[in-house]
Design a protein around this ligand. Sequence first.
Ligand SMILES: Cc1cc2nc3c(=O)[nH]c(=O)nc-3n(C[C@H](O)[C@H](O)[C@H](O)COP(=O)(O)OP(=O)(O)OC[C@H]3O[C@@H](n4cnc5c(N)ncnc54)[C@H](O)[C@@H]3O)c2cc1C
Length: 518
Amino acid sequence: MILLAPVAVYFCVLAALSTAQRIAVIGAGAAGASAAYYAQAELQARDLDPAEIHIFERSNRVGGRAHSGSVVYNNQTLHFEQGASMFIGKNRQLLDLAIKFDLSLCSHPCTFAHTNDVDMEANRASALGAYGVWEPKDNRWVVRMGSGPFLDSVRMLWRYRGTGDLGYVRRRTQAAVDEFMQSYDDFNNHTAGVFSTWDEYLEDKPLLRTSLYYRAAEFYQSPGERIRRRFLDEVVSLATRVNYMQDVDRISAIGAHISMAAEADTAYSVAGGNWQTFANMISSAPAHLHLNTTVREIQRSPAGSDRPYALTALSSDGVEITEQFDLVIIAAPLPLAGIRVLNEQHAKLVAADYVHMYVTFAIGILHNDLFPPGRDLPRLIVTPYHTTEPFNCLSILACLTQQDMQRCRDGPVLVKIFSHAPLDLSRVFSSVEWHHEQQWHSYPHLEPRNAGYANEDDDTSTVFHLDRKSPPPIVLDQMGPAAGVFYVNGMETLFSTMESQTVAARHVVRLALFGKGE
Ligand SMILES: Cc1cc2nc3c(=O)[nH]c(=O)nc-3n(C[C@H](O)[C@H](O)[C@H](O)COP(=O)(O)OP(=O)(O)OC[C@H]3O[C@@H](n4cnc5c(N)ncnc54)[C@H](O)[C@@H]3O)c2cc1C
């Protein structure tokens, strides 16, 4: 991994020395790291020379929305994920990469992975199993307790016994995941088709394709499905609210399938931070990494230039550079990236509105009267369908009391809270020792195609007119074989996860390098 300083001098040296194919990747998150890693792997698999790959990242770190933080409490360093926190056991690509790079996995959430404090780890695991629902009662708010991770809870099975709803939705979830996973087998067997639009990608995935056109509630209540409304509100909506901050009457059915999959499978995190997978991909690709470097513009190079595209970027110390590349792969959400691509029109075509959310971490003592007496604290507290009051979900990451676990109710806990607006911590805590707020444009509003919905509170959607009839293009420009501008993050309008972004990038680099003729 090479850090650039000073930017301009380094570029001149490379440009003079290099005859290899030059690829620019914009963004050092899951998609950008994967684009670099799989581009080199695909070239190597065909005995072709490695490319000279440059990754431009406007922040000072790798990982993008996979971003971990820490707080020191009682001389312990507590690590936590501020963005993408977990992947499921069926996410084979992320699992394989973690194994390949010798990264330790822990079951999610693994706040104490780096503390070596066995007692606290055990305490956390034994106490925090259940879930709770934040509900109004007698003019105040209370937490009604479930009795386990919400999909597996005895109460849940009892409540929906005989209806078949739970089993049916689980089978649908499994079928959707199986369609997505077909990509792995195709890659491994070298039979993966090359496609140039996301609609082509969906062609052999009938359930995912259909699910893109319906809201989750419409889909599950259509004549062939007939899932009860109560089940949608009490189960499916909890999953969509936790995973995508969206309700079943808004989110597409595909978003619901992915949210249910996240709740139905074992969840893992990389100990010490999921971003490490992407850092390892970049260094082993190998690729040159330019942190603190914001790409501003991509244009066709003037006639007679060595390479077809000119990329202009600005370093954090104000140095502007323009460099030429054969291929440019954009691995960041274009509506948020501020890049002028050939002309403004391209930026408008690839618009999507991203959910603006707050992730708040806090250490404090929870209001005792929120919880029923005599019960352990729940691991996860969710608010019911269609409320923003006062958060979407609250995870208790750790109980910080080292003695009697019953005292966890009276002692400090580390929590993570997702909300649409800044959180008034006094609604939840009787006292707060520390807190940290992180804002994200987290993932697109996963509206079904043709829904015609625009979120007026979201400033990105007032700028762009959203056309959901067709997904954002993958090919933004092409000037011959292995010469073009390609866009990975249109995939996020289907659904957005670390795994799907690595898979999407792998598909896009195959198209970019070898075209459809493969
Ligand atoms: C709070 C939260 C929770 C989530 N939970 C999960 C989860 O549990 N599991 C899961 O799988 N997914 C989760 N996700 C979704 C997941 O984070 C994303 O799907 C995935 O990380 C996106 O990766 P990406 O590389 O496509 O984009 P990003 O991670 O956003 O990377 C894009 C990068 O491009 C950079 N960039 C942007 N513009 C420019 C520019 N002009 N020049 C240079 N660089 C630029 C950005 O700084 C960024 O680093 C969550 C997301 C959030 C926000």
